[in-house]
Design a protein. Structure first.
Lengths: 355, 355
DNA sequence: ATGAAAGCGCTAACAT
DNA sequence: ATGTTAGCGCTTTCAT
């Protein structure tokens, strides 16, 4: 079977082929393509035509080898399930586009080995920068690798990694939510959130504790349920809470996925908010507002966070700001407490159990 | 300021440095690292140690140049707002990880120029494969470029691009929903969906029309509202529909984002489902089931679709299956109709307007 | 304004 | 089992 002569498929056309076709040297072609200052305008024209005609496609690897830098930016996240992750991806994608870079998305599932693998690949590709939500058990070698790449931490902050960060003020957020409930007269408030091995988990729990202390309210350890950030854990934890001898009259959720689970559990138990129990959700997916009677929530300024993170990374990637001059920036963004319909003053009779 | 001698930062250590350090040839190092069959085990050991000690990091571009292939797979989507996009990204990410490839995520906003830019960059990087939801106005040069890369189309299908595809059977889905409503006695059913310039938009509308024809029900053109796949369009369209002299008694939504908008509009108008009006949503985000009374919906087997798409791409990327032997595969996946609480038999009095 | 030539870091013959 | 050598396609001096 003879090869058809379509210009596009199997294009191994190089800069030399173009040069030969035009009877000029390949370095002239290179210059023309790069819009080099001292290049004949007419030559440029001819080169562009030849390029089109022959279907020449530059070889990124060759260029990357010469210039010792790649064209990508890495975004390393534990998962994509929450809205925040999606907003991050969108924002970084938009900025990459503007900068002519490619976004490499990596999902770790919080597995330190997978995390290492991604960072390594990015480093090998001479990635321009990395935005990462560090896994709790990040490997030393990963940290080391990261030190040689402009890095910005997002959401979680690793103790040993000396890179700027952007995170939510989870303590303030949960504190506000708890305070709100306390002021509403609730005394048995439960907190369902993430394990303290994640910095975010620890902070949010701290906010819960702090609010109780500050209001002189007694803290019942059995009302705190910590686990993985998954809907199912939230569901199970809330179910369990509802079956206690003295169930809580209010719920503060410490993660978006868990809020989903809480809703499932409540629905299954046939309980209503805020009639039977008050609820403060975490995060603010658009449907929270739609839910009747509207879910009271710890709202995250997602776009603001994403922009801040991307901005921090871009700054590091710009030649000027690098080196010794970079003062470490750690941005903490406050959540906005959104009072809607799922919280109300404590009822006389406690929440009834079952449907 | 003298440079500290940490092995990691500013690592320009090459394979030659490692060789020199060990007093051997650089090709031996290369072989050791590549686990070449005829290599002394002890040498391998020493090489690995030296690599660790010197902080050598392979240069992906150099390797890529030699082997004329990159390490990435592109996922090109119009947006990330819907759950399907997230599931796709997750699935592709998981498969890339297994294959040791990197996922490059590109968001086009359905802009043909941006789309071209992304495809071009991927082609230049010698990407291993691409999964794409083609924009309605895809440029010819984009199509041409795509022909030289293993490509799989997802969701939408471009007429001129000769690549396998996976898509939802939108016609079947909307047909089923409409039929359901028709059988419930509804005669004034509105359809709010995407413009017909997208293949998906055209198909879904076709399902709506087909159901009416098949059931001998009259089709009122004023009950069809087509526009961009955005929540706001859905909201506006439904509001408008509700203010008609003779408003519809049921709504079939042709896009997930629009369903969100419809819910907003209904809430704003103070109407209840299914009491005042019946509603069939599109897609099936997890909160549909939670919504009381549960949103009746055209459910998409998202994981199945994502797996099928990825599988199709992987097959093309494997040496064996390429070339003339590839019979074009177009997979059409049926939606699952989920009857929940927002649809009911038509009421005697039509939906009242306003709150 | 253009050509000639060197070399980026790696792999893969080809020797030995 | 290891060393030598030749490029991969490009950018970039250095000449001219």
């Amino acid at each position: 079977m003879r090869k058809t002569q379509l210009p596009s498929p199997a294009s191994n056309v190089t800069i030399k082929d173009v040069a030969e076709h035009l009877g000029i040297s390949h370095s002239t072609v290179s210059r023309a393509l790069a819009d080099h200052p001292y290049t004949n305008a007419q030559t440029k024209q001819r080169v562009r035509q030849a390029v089109d005609k022959l279907g020449y496609v530059p070889h990124a690897a060759a260029r990357g080898l010469r210039q010792d830098k790649g064209t990508m930016v890495g975004l390393i996240l534990p998962e994509l399930q929450n809205e925040m992750a999606v907003v991050m991806a969108q924002t970084v994608a938009a900025n990459c586009l503007k900068a002519g870079l490619q976004l490499v998305l990596a999902v770790t599932g919080d597995d330190p080995n997978i995390e290492y693998q991604h960072v390594k690949a990015l480093r090998e590709a001479r990635a321009r920068g990395i935005i990462i939500t560090a896994s709790p058990g990040m490997l030393d070698k990963t940290v080391e690798l990261l030190r040689s790449i402009p890095t910005t931490q997002f959401s979680r902050r690793h103790a040993l990694l000396n890179a700027p960060s952007v995170s939510i003020d989870g303590e303030q957020g949960v504190f506000g939510a708890t305070q709100h409930l306390l002021q509403l007269g609730h005394t048995r408030i439960a907190y369902v959130g993430m394990d303290v091995d994640k910095s975010t988990g620890a902070e949010r729990l701290a906010g819960f504790v702090k609010a109780h202390k500050q209001f002189g309210s007694r803290l019942d350890p059995t009302l705190q349920r910590l686990g993985p950030a998954m809907a199912d854990f939230g569901r199970a934890a809330v179910s369990d809470l509802l079956h206690m001898g003295k169930p809580p009259s209010a719920l503060v959720m410490g993660a978006g996925s868990m809020t989903m689970g809480a809703l499932m559990s409540l629905r299954q138990a046939g309980l209503e908010t805020p009639g039977d129990i008050s609820l403060v959700g975490f995060g603010d997916p658009s449907w929270y507002a739609l839910w009747s009677p509207g879910i009271t929530a710890i709202g995250l300024p997602m776009f603001e966070m994403a922009e801040a993170t991307t901005g921090l990374l871009m700054r590091q990637m710009t030649p000027g700001a690098q080196g010794e001059s970079k003062s470490m920036t750690h941005i903490k963004i406050e959540s906005r407490f959104l009072v809607r319909g799922t919280t109300a003053p404590v009822q006389k009779r406690s929440a009834r159990r079952r449907a």
